[in-house]
Write a protein that binds this ligand. Structure first.
Ligand code: G3I
Length: 373
């Protein structure tokens, strides 16, 4: 039977859709406004404002931002005495203009730190005092520039191995274990009001978490100003279990620190490795079986991802007042580092918005958790 498009039922439905602003999706930041900030990572190219769809989505959905790369040592301090603040200035200005909580990521990390930092002019390792002076200059210059604008810093990033021991980075080898405390002290000196976090992945696994707890307790005992811990949240469909996430949040809550989920994504692609570590240096060859969704994500996987995100957000809400931010590591699936890690050239689907800037079923599922945690 041909539908009469002008039938009262159709008109009422159509009118209803328009009246409800079907294009105006509910916002994550509003749904969780009494629980925690909702953030996203931004690439330098997203800050030009040219992509209006993307800008509209960012401004509508998020009240916190993190820089994918703009504030790492290599981009911002590529050579001795030379700083490149242009991308970071654009990033901070965007956050200030949009009244967002601005995260600084990251000050001291084993990756994206130019080799000159650790070497003398002959290429030999510098001594402890020289490296401490370089670290202090970098932190005072970068944190000082954005004092009062950047609300919180990932001061030290990924300093632990999966077994909870300290990563044998040049920072540790040259300065010693107190490089971590010094980094926090310099950041606090540069901006006493900034939140200062230790940020790492896989802290949902007990051995690594024990290492982080030991580290944080030692910093606290020394009177080092540490505000919180960042659980990066680079998750898989089957790891970590929600109970592991809750245990991690509980354990850090017992230390009296805040917990931020700092780089959330959920990888639906087949695993190229059994490792759960978000080690940025990992790289595996592309094979067809590792990249099954080149033309789109099957609805069954969309629904499984939706359930997975709902379970994770339920875990984040279990301890009211502990988790103070949940940041997604990218705006849409097209932005995700997982399109090229640990296998270059895949089509990944780890976030809440698709490549057309539209919400996926996972977006609706997360909103439902906000209404009925
Ligand atoms: O900007 C340069 C460009 O000038 C150059 O031509 C190009 C080719 O060498 O590289 C570009 O820099 C790349 C940068 O992303 C910006 O696109 C780096 O090579 C590349 O390594 C870097 O990857 C980033 C990675 O950290 C390493 O810094 C990813 O985008 C970023 O998502 C990822 O994020 C990390 C967090 O910072 C820490 N936690 C793990 C997370 C995922 O690895």
């Amino acid at each position: 039977m041909k539908k009469n498009l002008l039938s009262p039922v159709i008109l009422i439905l159509f009118g209803g859709l328009l009246a409800t602003g079907v294009h105006a999706q509910p916002a994550l930041k509003d749904a969780f406004k009494d629980d925690f900030l909702i953030g996203t990572a931004l690439r330098d190219s997203q800050l030009t404002g040219e992509n209006t769809n993307e800008m509209a989505l960012i401004q509508a959905q998020f009240n916190a931002i993190s820089p994918d790369n703009a504030l790492k040592w290599k981009p911002v301090h590529p050579e001795p005495g030379r700083f490149n603040f242009a991308p970071a200035d654009r990033y901070v200005e965007f956050g200030v203009k949009n009244h967002m909580f601005i995260v600084g990521h990251t000050l001291v990390w084993h990756d994206q730190t130019p080799s000159w930092v650790f070497q003398d002019d002959k290429g030999n390792p510098v001594d402890r005092d020289t490296l401490l002076a370089r670290m202090r200059e970098h932190i005072l210059t970068v944190v000082g520039r954005y004092k009062g604008k950047i609300g919180g810093w990932d001061v030290v990033n990924e300093a632990l191995n999966e077994d909870g021991t300290l990563r044998q980075s040049p920072w540790l080898k040259i300065i010693g274990e107190d490089y971590i405390a010094k980094a926090f002290e310099y950041a606090h000196e540069a901006d006493p009001k900034a939140q200062l976090n230790y940020n790492d992945f896989s802290l949902e696994n007990a051995p690594k978490r024990e290492g982080a707890i030991k580290l944080i307790k030692k910093l606290q005992a020394q009177g080092v100003p540490i505000t919180g811990v960042g659980l990066e949240g680079h998750y898989k469909m089957g790891w970590p279990a929600p109970a592991q996430v809750e245990a991690a949040i509980d354990d850090f809550a017992k230390l009296g620190v805040k917990v931020a989920i700092t780089e959330l994504d959920v990888d639906v692609l087949p695993a190229a490795t059994q490792s759960q570590a978000a080690e940025v240096s990992m790289n595996f060859a592309l094979r067809a079986e590792l990249n099954p969704y080149t033309t789109g994500l099957p609805d069954s996987v969309q629904q499984a991802l939706a359930k997975r995100y709902a379970d994770l957000f339920t875990a984040f809400l279990k301890q009211p007042g502990v988790v103070n931010r949940v940041t997604f590591w990218g705006v849409t699936d097209a932005d995700s580092w997982l399109n090229n890690w640990p296998v270059r050239g895949r089509t990944a689907y780890p976030l809440l918005f698709n490549r057309d800037y539209q919400p996926k079923p996972a977006f609706e599922a997360v909103l439902k958790v906000a209404q009925h945690p």
